[in-house]
Design a protein around this ligand. Structure first.
Ligand code: GUN
Length: 315
């Protein structure tokens, strides 16, 4: 039996672990069903183009996982692996070709890109209707406006996956205090907009926020996306908070045999936070699998839109 820590005396209940791996498998099964329906009704197979520039080891792993899981969902992938020295013009030319290729429904350019390439220029060159990452300025604008505009938008995959987990676990998000830790374009900003759309009261905190722990301790829901290993512990949390940990940080460890190794941890100190949260996502096995599932979901949505059909699923 685990007893809570200081300031949390008498608490014997540990947080429920939110199983992102299982939930992502359910989403992928739905995606496969939707893909199969499109194939049988319209003879169209959803197709995702995946562009990787350079040799970033983490990016290579992500891209490999995306292609493997796409195949399991009956989504075709076209992989483009470009040299790290590729210039911007070459990459933009490839995107232009994929933009006009009617067999391609989604274009994903894995980030980060080498420094000679302007990331924003690349993202905004992808036609908005194939921007399944939801990073294009127009998709970001649609999400920001919300309401009916969301029907035309693509929602960035990590925030979408985080929201689907929350909606599965929290009966009514309306009026809940949500704190998003981190203000990135990929996670923090779109996450805050999605939570506003769900009628949460949303605060975004970041590295310059004063009394950040105090602000977080007011939250019914915490989404941690700051990129600092195990920064958030029980002291940052209100009793019973729901914690979504978006962080993926590799930290060095010493193995049992004394040799040096590494492991992946989140932005949340899982052991400590579990003593105070009511629910928490683990790392790995929480948000990570949801990101890929939502990318595949967005790709099938795009294929439906290209076939003039309604979206197969709503948020
Ligand atoms: N790099 C890290 N996360 C992402 C993502 O969601 N999409 C792309 N394209 N690159 C990433």
């Amino acid at each position: 039996m685990n007893i809570g820590q200081e300031g949390n005396k008498g608490r014997i209940k540990m947080a429920e672990i939110i199983d992102g791996k299982a939930f992502a498998a359910k989403i992928r099964a739905e995606v496969r069903d939707d893909a199969d329906k499109l194939i049988s009704q319209k003879q169209v197979k959803p197709c995702l183009a995946v562009v990787l520039v350079g040799e970033n080891p983490a990016s290579k792993v992500y891209v490999g996982q995306k292609s493997k899981m796409a195949a399991e969902c009956n989504i075709k992938t076209k992989d483009f692996k470009l040299d790290a020295s590729t210039d911007q013009e070459t990459l933009l030319k490839l995107i232009d070709e994929l933009n006009i290729d009617s067999s391609v429904h989604g274009i994903l350019v894995q980030l980060p890109l080498p420094e000679q390439i302007d990331e924003r220029k690349v993202i905004d060159t992808i036609v908005v209707e194939k921007d399944v990452d939801g990073f294009h300025a127009i998709n970001a604008g649609r999400l920001s406006i919300g309401g009916a505009m969301l029907k035309k938008a693509f929602i960035p995959c990590t925030p979408l996956g985080s929201l689907l987990l929350l909606k599965d676990k929290v009966e009514d998000l309306k009026g809940k205090n949500a704190v998003v830790i981190g203000r990135s374009n990929i996670v923090g900003k779109p996450m805050s907009q999605l939570l506003i759309e769900e009628s949460c009261t949303v605060t975004v905190v970041h590295s310059k926020t004063k009394e950040i722990e105090h602000v977080c301790a007011q939250a019914d829901i915490i989404v941690a996306a700051i990129g600092r290993a195990e920064m958030i512990d029980a002291n940052w949390l209100k009793e019973g908070a729901v914690v979504i940990d978006v962080g993926i940080n590799r930290i060095p460890i010493t193995k049992e045999d004394g040799s040096e190794g590494s492991k992946i941890v989140g932005d949340v100190d899982f052991e400590s936070a579990s003593t105070k949260a009511s629910m928490i996502t683990p790392v790995p096995g929480g948000v990570g699998p949801m990101t890929i599932a939502c990318l595949l979901r967005n790709t099938v949505t795009s294929a439906y839109r290209h076939a003039d059909l309604d979206d197969p699923r709503s948020i």
